[in-house]
Design a binder for this molecule. Structure first.
Ligand code: HEM
Length: 155
């Protein structure tokens, strides 16, 4: 009986050690938050700055009178601030986005699928310019993609 108890104690000790080792291995393999992998708010702000600069001069987007008017109502520095805050929060950073929801801020812009595609191409160019790695680009596109139903409203 005593031998059995001893054997069980040894087995549970080994199991416990293995579980602890596996957990710490998992931790080591876990990726840093996307926010950190993008270089924090500095990295995000630099990409967003370039991205908004591209959007505001884009001829296809400005052909849509609602987008053009919205651009006048919300100057580029304001959009850069709000979008940086949003991306910071959505990627696991310490920011708190305090702007309007995506539905509310885009409902009146009558954005089409084609215009969404133009925006995505410009975003890609900014990400490539600052050499954001492919994995991080994919994660960012996944986050941005979630806003599609709220932003593309033209039937
Ligand atoms: C084709 C795509 C898009 C276009 C043409 C567009 C254009 C605009 C325009 C013109 C405004 C200002 C509206 C106004 O003041 O009346 C605005 C606001 C904003 N957009 Fe977009 N947008 C697009 C997609 C996105 C996406 C994908 C995001 C983020 C993931 C985003 C984030 C924001 C934010 C945070 C604001 C400011 C909201 C506020 O005023 O509090 N936009 N957008």
């Amino acid at each position: 009986m005593r031998a059995l108890i001893k054997a069980i104690a040894v087995i549970s000790l080994i199991t416990g050690t293995l579980v602890a080792a596996a957990a710490s291995g998992e931790q080591a393999a876990a990726k840093a938050p996307l926010y950190d992998r993008l270089g924090g708010l500095k990295g995000i702000a630099v990409v967003v700055d370039d991205f908004i600069d591209r959007l505001v001069v884009n001829k296809t987007l400005n052909q849509n009178p609602a987008i053009n008017a919205g651009r006048m109502a919300s100057p580029a520095p304001y959009l850069k601030f709000q979008v940086s805050q949003l991306v910071c929060e959505a990627t696991g950073g310490p920011c708190k986005y305090t702007g309007k929801g995506m539905k509310e801020s885009h409902a009146h812009l009558n954005i089409s699928e084609k215009e969404w595609g133009v925006m995505a191409d410009e975003f890609q160019k900014s990400l490539d310019k600052f050499k954001v790695p492919a994995a991080e680009q994919r994660e960012l596109f996944e986050i941005v993609g979630k806003t599609h139903p709220d932003i593309v409203t033209r039937k």
